[in-house]
Design a protein around this ligand. Structure first.
Ligand SMILES: C[S@@+](CC[C@H](N)C(=O)[O-])C[C@H]1O[C@@H](n2cnc3c(N)ncnc32)[C@H](O)[C@@H]1O
Length: 296
């Protein structure tokens, strides 16, 4: 299904902006992500300094599956499914009957269709804004590391809240009564937009602005109750440092694939983001939302 450029252009990152980053090449990301190709903050065991990235990513995936109450689910929606690690886990480990993953990246969709063959798993090259009503409502929704792209830079707080409200209203309509949405997103911490230089916005994630926590809650107010909230910013510092080390270990291959200039940009981005999480300029929220059936 074609991506509706018009809608995503006016609000969040367009498909072209998403592909600017995620279309950098599947083989390139394979060099420094973990085996599951999960591209979001992992969940580390603070007592295990030797823990591998693979294990911390699976721990995070299982955390969200549990928070979304997807263990007993028939059908699950993953909004911003990346390279499909959550959906794969649902099908291989939890025998889920049907799942839908949304992504704006053609490279990711292509990679998933070559890597997995799960009956009942559907990948759609589609923005959440264009996702129609499912035949039957979903039992659970998971969205990890995608919410950051839903509002573009330069919008007012009111405009951002409007977009987030639209997102939560749709999730509310797609879910069965009293069911759950598990969301993970980066948010501004003790920082203002002007504290960030233009490097990330221009070179790494164009057309993308992160939310503030209150904007997420204004968007979800009276649609979902917030049952659990964790700010795991130190987990993102450790994840980014690990990605940086992985990239360093395979730097020659990375440079051969992408060129010196591009690799330097990625190194700068990984270092800068790790620093922002370390000092609290950015937070990493994992939020368990439960649908309110009769909103006031
Ligand atoms: C950082 S990746 C995270 C991928 C995956 N959830 C993970 O944890 O590995 C962000 C994902 O969000 C998707 N995305 C961004 N904006 C979107 C939108 N408007 N609708 C659907 N997916 C979107 C991207 O295509 C990409 O798959």
């Amino acid at each position: 299904m074609p991506v509706n450029e018009k809608i995503s252009k006016e609000t969040g990152a367009s498909a072209a902006a998403i592909e600017h980053h995620y279309g950098t090449g599947n083989e390139y990301f394979e060099l420094w992500l973990d085996k599951t190709m999960t591209y979001s903050c992992a969940m580390w065991d603070q007592h295990d300094a030797q823990q591998t990235l693979d294990s911390a990513q699976l721990r995070k995936i299982d955390y969200h599956i549990e928070q979304a109450h997807a263990l007993d689910a028939d059908s699950v929606l993953d909004i911003g499914c990346g390279w499909g690690s959550v959906l794969d886990r649902l099908h291989t480990r939890h025998n889920i009957r049907s799942s839908v993953g949304l992504t704006l990246s053609e490279s990711q969709a292509g990679w998933i269709s070559q890597s997995f063959d799960h009956p009942g798993m559907q990948i759609r090259l589609e923005s959440w804004q264009d996702h129609g009503a499912p035949d039957a409502s979903y039992d659970a929704i998971i969205s990890i590391g995608a919410f950051e792209h839903f509002a573009r830079l330069g919008l007012s707080a009111d405009q951002k809240v409007g977009i987030y409200r639209d997102f939560f209203t749709r999730c509310h309509a797609w879910l069965k009564p009293r069911r759950w949405l598990s969301l993970q997103t980066v948010a501004y911490g003790n920082s203002l937009q002007k504290d960030f230089d233009q490097f990330i916005a221009k070179e790494i994630f164009p057309e993308t602005d992160t939310p503030r926590l209150w904007e997420i809650f204004a968007g979800s107010d009276r649609l979902f109750e917030v049952v659990r909230l964790r700010n795991d910013r130190d987990d993102y510092r450790r994840t980014l440092r690990t990605w940086f080390s992985n990239l360093k270990a395979r730097r020659d291959q990375a440079v051969a694939a992408k060129g010196e200039e591009e690799i330097q940009k990625f190194e700068q981005y990984l270092r800068l983001m790790a620093y922002m999480f370390e000092v609290g300029g950015l937070d990493l929220h994992r939020i368990a939302f439960r649908k309110i059936d009769s909103p006031k």
